[in-house]
Design a protein around this ligand. Structure first.
Ligand SMILES: Cc1ncc(C[n+]2csc(CCOP(=O)(O)OP(=O)(O)O)c2C)c(N)n1
Ligand code: SF4
Length: 503
């Protein structure tokens, strides 16, 4: 393609000046940070269709001016490294999950153009459920489905799209319908659904057809730019390496072998017919929390909604213990408190199958900026509700971070020389207050007092909204105060306990 930024170059050896008519799309990185000495080229085999499809997508993104507005979801398969090539927003999905991940990305960022790129093993085998439901919901994403009839990356096992009679490592005598069924026709299958906007099958078999692939890719992206609905482009694609053919033979086999089984067709293109669905009314966080709608309590709302100063930019908290200790609830309380204090928040739980006594932990992000990932691998603060969690997660806390441990003393042999740990006998305090279950609220009080990350007033507002029983609320109020009090008067916290970024 012509690059409008650089139409003339000087040959470094001859010094002659010549016009550049063909250039790598600026949507691709200049160098691919993959292997030290191969950074100028992709990892695809010579003659592989993925390289052509990548190139056509890159050109279309550039020509439509979508470079800074695109999120590209790479699959697992030979095209796993797309994120090394495309200089756009990138996410790498687990095997088969690209269209589900793209759904999430699009819903979180509705103004972005979101692409799911998938191979046939990825999309039509392990990811069958995800693609069918994404299509059935009419997600506003573009799915580029590169069908080479085989598992390429793993060495040539049969895919659902493998042709009858085609040999693979798992069908060495050729696919037989009696044992392995018939090839799955994904475009036809998705065409039975009501919601999709655009479905087309194209093929990388000759230059004329490559131009059709180009048009289809561009059309799918135009529909995304216009937020017009679910687009699906199936691209029949050569895999010379696994097919055991040279690039020319492989390209010919796309038309001679694949096209008769997977006819090229425009199955659906009904942008014009799409009814305009009114967007559901979006409510603000304050409205959802019923803080901003009640005019009778307007002054109260204003008080709650007044932005509060936070001395951190981003705070990652991990709460860990066993099921029944209110570990997940403590995380939820912190998250809701953060929302009420106008922070960006996330809460990510993790627990085993047991309802009681199994290990449980959650990740809480409190941030002044949008939260990129809810996963916290290096928490600023760890609330360890039991000894196992202390041992398990203490090493992951950031340098100068803080650990609040539910216990009178550290376990014997625990080395706290490089970690700041504050012991709080939260279980015992809660027992005395009349409910062992309130230990998590004692820890909440201690956390708020030691870090000043959120206010105790907000904590009480959230507790009042959540706890219906007056008696329990009273215990929680005392537990919160007791946790704060313990930090103020009994624990040796001091200024050093403040993780980086605290006042
Ligand atoms: C959960 C999981 N199961 C299996 C695999 C192994 N695996 C990696 S790629 C792949 C198949 C990829 O084939 P396809 O989607 O057709 O892409 P291609 O490599 O042909 O482009 C498989 C089975 C994996 N990585 N993860
Ligand atoms: S194995 Fe096949 S699909 Fe994978 S890079 Fe090589 S030619 Fe392409």
């Amino acid at each position: 393609m012509t690059n409008p930024h650089q139409t003339h170059v000087i040959d470094p050896e001859t010094g002659s000046r010549y016009e550049l008519v063909h250039e790598k799309s600026p949507v691709f990185y200049d160098l691919y940070e993959r292997k030290a000495d191969l950074r100028h080229q992709t990892h695809y085999c010579p003659g592989c269709g993925h390289g052509i499809v990548n190139k056509l997508i890159g050109e279309a993104i550039y020509e439509l001016g979508l470079k800074d507005n695109t999120i590209f979801v790479s699959p697992v398969g030979c095209s796993v490294f797309c994120y090394y090539y495309f200089d756009v927003g990138n996410i790498q999905a687990a095997h088969g999950r690209a269209s589900a991940v793209a759904t999430a990305a699009k819903r979180a960022c509705p103004d972005k153009v979101v692409i799911a790129y998938q191979g046939d093993g990825d999309l039509a085998a392990i990811g069958t459920a995800e693609i069918i439901h994404a299509a059935n919901r009419g997600e506003k994403i573009a799915v580029f489905f590169v069908n080479n009839g085989i598992y390429g990356m793993t060495g040539g096992q049969m895919a659902p799209t493998t042709l009858v009679g085609q040999k693979s490592t798992t069908t060495p005598w050729g696919r037989h319908p009696a044992g392995e069924g018939f090839p799955l026709h994904m475009s036809e299958l998705l065409s039975t659904l009501e919601a999709p906007t655009y479905i087309e099958r194209v093929a990388l078999c000759d230059n004329k057809n490559i131009m059709r692939v180009r048009r289809a890719i561009r059309h799918a992206l135009e529909l995304q730019r216009d937020n017009a609905g679910f687009s699906f482009v199936e691209i029949l694609s050569p895999c010379p390496t696994i097919w055991g053919k040279d690039p020319v033979e492989a390209r010919a086999w796309v038309s001679d072998g694949m096209v008769p089984v997977f006819p090229l067709a425009l199955f659906r293109d009904r942008k014009a017919e799409m009814p305009v669905v009114p967007e559901p009314p979006q409510r603000s966080v304050a409205e959802v929390l019923e803080l901003a709608t009640n005019t009778d309590s307007e002054s109260e709302s204003k008080k709650i909604l007044a932005p509060r100063h936070h001395s951190f930019k981003h705070l990652g908290i991990k709460v860990a213990g066993f099921g029944g200790q209110g570990v997940l609830l403590l995380g939820q309380l912190l998250t809701e408190m953060g929302m009420r204090e106008h922070l960006e928040v996330s809460w990510l739980p993790s627990y085993g199958p047991e309802m009681r006594s199994g290990s449980a932990h959650c990740h809480v992000c409190l941030s002044k900026e949008r939260v990129g990932s809810p996963l916290i691998s290096a928490p600023d603060v760890l609330v360890a509700m039991n000894e196992i969690s202390l041992h398990k997660f203490a090493h992951s806390v950031v340098r100068d971070g803080l650990i609040l441990y539910n216990g009178s003393n550290l376990p014997e042999g625990f080395d706290d020389s490089e970690i700041h740990v504050v012991c709080i006998p939260a279980g015992e305090i809660a027992d005395v207050l009349g409910s062992p279950k309130a230990a998590n609220i004692v820890m909440l009080g201690a956390l708020l007092e030691a870090t000043e990350c959120l206010s105790s007033e907000t904590a009480m507002e959230v507790l009042e909204a959540k706890v219906n029983k007056v008696q329990l609320l009273e215990i929680d109020r005392k537990a919160l105060a007791a946790g704060r009090d313990y930090i103020d008067h009994q624990a040796n916290v001091g200024a050093v306990s403040q993780p980086d970024g605290f006042a």
